[in-house]
Design a protein around this ligand. Structure first.
Ligand code: BEZ
Length: 203
């Protein structure tokens, strides 16, 4: 299978952590993809009409995207159990969605700083994105700490990749002081081999 990949993308990292944790690294080839929003690579656009990464080309079926679909597919493929059943399922999926929302807001902040012409940048808009991310981080601290102490699932992986990306691109944002339990959890989770192996490159 071919995975459209960029080591800086937190959504790609989620997929990579799932590949590590479920022992499926050998099943994928990584296709390094440089994303320029105004000029998406032709092979990516042909595979995913949204020209977004990650996208996973499979020999036995159409390309799948986005990270949520790919992670669920890989879990199914390995019967890894990263998606609990019963009532816990909805809590896990909502935690994953919350973490993905942090990634979305943080990536938009990055794009504003790196891609948008300087004269068009809006500090107010950036702060509005950060408010979303900060509220979501506080919600995880308030609602999901006991979940995060439980067995590994896709919620844990998504939260860790979201916080890792905030640290990577927006290290000046201090989310730890207000969220000490989450900070302690992340310090431990970050040392898992799957997280160490997928650390983004130096900014
Ligand atoms: C980044 O460089 O921050 C980035 C790269 C690809 C996707 C999302 C973010």
């Amino acid at each position: 299978m071919k995975l459209y990949h960029s080591p800086a993308s937190p959504f790609v990292r989620k997929v990579m952590v799932v590949l590590h944790e479920t022992g499926q690294l050998d099943a994928v080839q990584l296709q390094d993809t440089t994303l320029i929003p105004m000029a998406p690579p032709a092979d990516l656009a042909a595979s995913n009409p949204l020209s977004k990464i990650p996208a996973l080309e499979r020999p036995d079926g159409p390309t799948i995207y986005d990270s949520r679909v790919i992670c669920a597919y890989l879990d199914d493929r390995a019967r890894a159990g990263l998606y609990p059943g019963g009532a816990a399922r909805w809590s896990t999926l909502t935690l994953e969605a919350t973490a993905d929302g942090i990634m979305e807001a943080a990536v938009l902040m990055t794009y504003e700083a790196r891609v948008r012409p300087e004269e068009k940048r809006s500090a107010e808009w950036v702060e509005a994105q950060w408010s979303k991310a900060a509220r979501a981080i506080a919600a995880i601290e308030a609602r999901w700490m006991s979940h995060l102490q439980g067995p590994l699932d896709i919620g844990h992986i998504a939260v860790a990749c979201a916080l890792g990306y905030v640290d990577f691109r927006h290290g000046v944002r201090d989310w730890r002081t207000e969220n000490p339990a989450l900070a302690d959890w992340f310090a431990l989770f970050e040392s898992r081999p799957a997280m160490v192996a997928t650390r983004p490159p130096a900014a």
